[in-house]
Design a protein around this ligand. Structure first.
Ligand code: SF4
Length: 544
C-alpha cells in the first residue's frame, strides 16, 4: 500500500507595510503587521517585492496626497506584472480621502480607515474573492486597537497606547476629524499589557496618546495619568517609562511629582510649545499661554534637575508677525530645550488654519525657520556640551546610529533620551582607537549646517521607513566586534564629545549589564541565549 503524497505547501503570501507620520502610525503599523502574520502572511525580505503592500498614511502635510499618489503610480506597473499582488491604503489620508483613492488609483484593492485597521485581512480576502476594490471606513472606533495582534519591532522597547483621538481643536491639526474624540483605555488594561511586554523581555515602554495629560477624561479621573505613571513604578522588571505627547494645558503638578518620585519614569519630557507668542497660541486655539508654559518648565527643572526637555515648534503660522516670532525665539532661549522638532507651517487641508487670513509668505517662513534652527542648535549644543565628562547609563539601541558600522561604535539612549554613540568594550579591548568621524565634532566646534536631526518634525510624513526606527538597523546595524554587547543591554559610559544632536563616548565602557532585553533581542535574532539574566548588579568590563 502506498501512502498518499502530501501536496507541497504553497509559500506564504508576503507583505510590506510602508509607514508615514507619527508614532501613532508607527504603532498602528506594528498592529497591521501582527494582523497580517496572524492571517498567515510573512514579512517580505528587504530586497523582495511583497505580494501585499500596505500604505499606512499620514495627512498632516499639504502634499501628502501627491506623494501617496506618486508612490501608488510607481506600483501600478509592478502590480500589472504580478498577478495576485494587492495594494491597500490605510491611515489618516485614507480616512480623509476614502473612495477618492480608488477613483484616482483604480489599481488599489483595499482602502481602510483609522478606526477599522482590524478589518485589513478580511478586506484583502474579500477584494481577492470578489475581484473588486473594497473601501471600508468607520466613523468611530469599535475595537480599541490594543486588543489586536501586534508584531513588535523591538525586543527591548515598546509603544503602549493609553488613548486614541483628541478632544482639543488646535486649528492646525487634522487629528480630531480623522481620529475622533479621545478614547481612554482602562489603567488595568494598560498595566496588563505592560506586564506582558516585560514578561517577553521588554524593559522600556513609551505610553502613547495624542494628549496623555487628558488621560482619564473618559472615565472621570483627572489625575489618572499621574497615577498611571506611579503604577508603572510598581511593575517589576520595567526599567524605563517614557510618554508622548503631553499638552501644556493639561499638564498638572501631580504629573511632575509622579515623574520626580517614580524611579523608572525617565527624566525626559517632550512638551510641545508650537509658538512662544500668546497671540499666535490663541489663533492656534492652544489654550495655554507662554507664562504658563515657562512656569511648567521651571517646576519640572526644580523637581527633576537632570530632565532633558524637547519640544515642537511651528514657524509661520497664519498671522505670525516678526514680533510674534521673536517671542518664540525668546522662549527657546529661556526654556533651554535639549532639542526641538521644528516645522514650517504649511496648509493642511481640512484644518481651520488652512483658510485663515494672514498666510505668511513662504520666503518669510523659510527665513524665520533658519533663524530658529540656528538659535535652537546653539542651545542644544551648549546643553549637550554640559554633558561632557558625565557618566551616563545607556540602554543599548538598534538601528539608531547610522554610522555605527563604519565607526565600530554602538548607540544607546541615556535616561534623559539623549542619543549617545559609544565604543563597545570589544572594540576598545582590541586596540581600536576610534577618532571622531567627519561631521562629528568635538565639543569645542560650532554647529554645522545640515546637522539638524532634531529639525525633522515627527509628524512630517517624511519618514518613509517600512519598519519603525527601533528596527531599522536590524541585522546589519551592529558591528561584529560588538557581538557581546547586545541591543537591550545596559552600559555605562563617560561622555567625551558633544555635538548638537548627539553625544559620543570613546572612553572605555565603564560597566556593562546584560539584561533580559538583551536575551530577548538575541533570541529574536536566532542566536542561542546562554544564560538568562536577572536585574542584578552591573558587571565591569566585558559582559561575559
Ligand atoms: Fe489634539 Fe494635539 Fe491635534 Fe491639538 S495638536 S488637536 S492637542 S492632537
Amino acid at each position: 500500500m502506498t501512502m498518499p503524497t502530501a501536496e507541497p505547501l504553497a509559500p506564504a503570501r508576503t507583505y510590506e507595510v510602508r509607514t508615514y507620520g507619527c508614532q501613532m502610525n508607527v504603532h498602528d503599523s506594528e498592529r497591521l503587521s501582527g494582523l497580517l502574520e496572524d492571517a498567515g502572511y510573512a514579512r517580505a525580505d528587504d530586497d523582495q517585492q511583497a505580494d501585499v503592500v500596505v500604505f499606512n498614511t499620514c495627512a498632516v502635510r499639504e502634499n501628502a496626497d501627491n506623494r501617496l499618489y506618486g508612490n501608488l503610480g510607481h506600483l501600478a506597473p509592478v502590480k500589472a506584472e504580478r498577478p495576485g499582488m494587492q495594494i491597500a491604503v490605510g491611515g489618516c489620508l485614507a480616512q480623509k480621502d476614502r473612495g477618492e483613492i480608488t477613483r484616482r488609483a483604480p489599481w488599489v484593492d483595499v482602502v481602510f480607515g483609522t478606526h477599522n485597521i482590524g478589518s485589513l485581512p478580511a478586506l484583502l480576502d474579500r477584494a481577492r474573492v470578489q475581484q473588486q476594490a473594497q473601501v471600508e471606513i468607520e466613523e468611530s472606533l469599535t475595537v480599541f486597537p490594543s486588543t489586536l495582534p501586534t508584531r513588535r519591532e523591538s525586543a527591548y522597547a515598546a509603544w503602549v497606547s493609553i488613548s486614541v483621538g483628541c478632544n482639543n481643536t488646535c486649528t492646525f491639526c487634522i487629528v480630531p476629524s480623522l481620529r475622533g474624540t479621545e478614547r481612554d483605555r482602562r489603567p488595568g488594561d494598560v498595566l496588563a499589557e505592560i506586564r506582558a511586554l516585560v514578561g517577553e523581555g521588554v524593559s522600556e515602554v513609551t505610553l502613547l496618546g495624542q494628549n496623555v495629560n487628558s488621560y482619564g477624561v473618559e472615565f472621570g479621573d483627572r489625575l489618572a495619568f499621574g497615577k498611571l505613571l506611579r503604577a508603572c513604578g510598581g511593575v517589576e522588571g520595567l526599567e524605563r517609562v517614557r510618554f508622548t505627547s503631553p499638552h501644556p494645558r493639561d499638564f498638572t503638578d501631580d504629573v511632575i511629582a509622579a515623574m520626580a518620585e517614580t524611579p523608572n519614569v525617565m527624566p525626559s519630557l517632550h512638551m510641545p510649545l508650537q509658538s512662544g507668542s500668546d497671540a499666535v497660541l490663541k489663533r492656534m486655539r492652544r489654550s495655554y499661554r507662554r507664562d504658563k508654559y515657562l512656569g511648567i518648565i521651571d517646576r519640572v527643572r526644580e523637581q527633576i534637575p537632570d530632565a532633558a526637555i524637547t519640544t515642537d515648534i511651528i514657524v509661520g503660522f497664519p498671522g505670525e508677525t516678526e514680533d510674534d516670532f521673536e517671542q518664540t525665539l525668546d522662549v527657546v532661549r529661556r526654556a533651554r530645550f535639549s532639542g526641538a522638532f521644528t516645522f514650517q507651517y504649511s496648509i493642511r487641508p481640512g484644518t481651520p488654519a488652512a483658510t485663515m487670513d494672514g498666510q505668511v509668505p513662504k520666503a518669510v517662513v523659510q527665513e524665520r525657520y533658519e533663524r530658529l534652527v540656528v538659535a535652537q542648535d546653539e542651545v542644544s549644543w551648549a546643553e549637550n556640551t554640559a554633558q561632557v565628562g558625565r557618566r551616563l547609563e545607556l540602554l543599548v539601541a538598534e538601528g539608531e546610529g547610522r554610522k555605527d558600522g563604519a565607526t565600530h561604535r554602538m548607540s544607546g539612549r541615556a535616561r534623559d533620551n539623549r542619543l549617545v554613540h559609544f565604543a563597545p568594550p570589544q572594540a576598545a579591548g582590541q586596540g581600536h582607537s576610534v577618532p571622531p568621524q567627519a561631521g562629528e565634532r568635538g565639543h569645542s566646534a560650532p554647529p554645522l549646517a545640515g546637522e539638524r536631526e532634531h529639525s525633522v518634525p515627527p509628524l512630517a510624513g517624511e519618514r518613509e521607513h517600512s519598519v519603525p526606527p527601533q528596527a531599522a538597523g536590524q541585522g546589519h546595524g551592529v558591528p561584529p566586534l560588538a557581538a557581546t554587547v547586545r541591543p537591550g543591554d545596559v552600559v555605562e559610559v563617560e561622555v567625551t564629545y558633544a555635538a548638537p544632536h548627539h553625544l559620543v563616548s570613546d572612553a572605555p565602557v565603564l560597566a556593562v549589564r546584560p539584561t533580559r532585553s538583551g536575551d530577548a533581542w538575541q533570541a529574536r535574532n536566532g542566536e542561542p541565549v546562554r544564560s538568562s539574566v536577572g536585574l542584578g548588579m552591573p558587571t565591569v568590563g566585558a559582559p561575559r
